[in-house]
Design a protein. Structure first.
Length: 185
């Protein structure tokens, strides 16, 4: 299992559009996922211990961000042939079990992950209302195990700042997680 860190935030980079199937049976686009004050795009999967350790916090933070006008979406881009735990049926089961308050989408050809430059799970991309990148950092100090409950909520605080001002913080700590499981060319 390869562990990677995300690159530094490229402020102002536009959010690539997408149209992907969700576990709810709908096809979702970037604009359909956006809130009036911004969009949080999360690349996650089912099997990664870094994601598993923070699923409850992702649910909590995205639900709170929705009240601030930030829409959220999770995208799963791993190669399911090599990682069957990440299959569409298993995605549906995880979304139901954890009551995801956001669409959970399947990027079967990995084109969306490549367009965003996603490198790991979890990988967070926070955009303002103009869909300009303002955050590319971690959820919090959690790694393969959840950090203490009172830890600083980096992602939530950054996206609250984006909702209120349109700008993300200058200082951002990279997210860390399992590498995206790319398909063979």
């Amino acid at each position: 299992m390869v562990s990677l860190e995300t690159p530094v935030c490229d402020f102002g980079q536009p959010a690539p559009d997408f149209a992907l199937p969700g576990v709810d049976g709908r096809t979702w686009t970037r604009d359909a996922c956006s809130g009036e004050r911004g969009l949080l795009v999360m690349f996650i999967c089912n099997h990664c211990p870094y994601v598993q350790s923070v699923r409850d916090r992702i649910v909590r933070d995205t639900a709170e961000l929705a009240t601030l006008g930030i829409g959220s979406v999770a995208i799963m881009s791993n190669d399911v042939a090599d990682y069957p735990e990440d299959s569409f049926d298993n995605m549906r089961e995880i979304a139901e079990r954890f009551a995801f308050p956001f669409p959970y989408l399947y990027d079967a050809d990995q084109a969306v992950a490549k367009a965003y430059g996603a490198v790991c799970t979890p990988d967070f991309f926070g955009y303002n209302a103009a869909l300009e990148l303002q955050y590319r950092g971690r959820l919090d100090a959690s790694r393969k195990q959840a950090a203490p409950a009172d830890v600083r909520r980096d992602l939530f605080e950054a996206m609250r700042e984006v909702a209120l001002s349109g700008r993300g913080p200058a200082e951002q700590i990279p997210s860390m997680g399992c590498s995206i499981k790319w398909m063979e060319d």
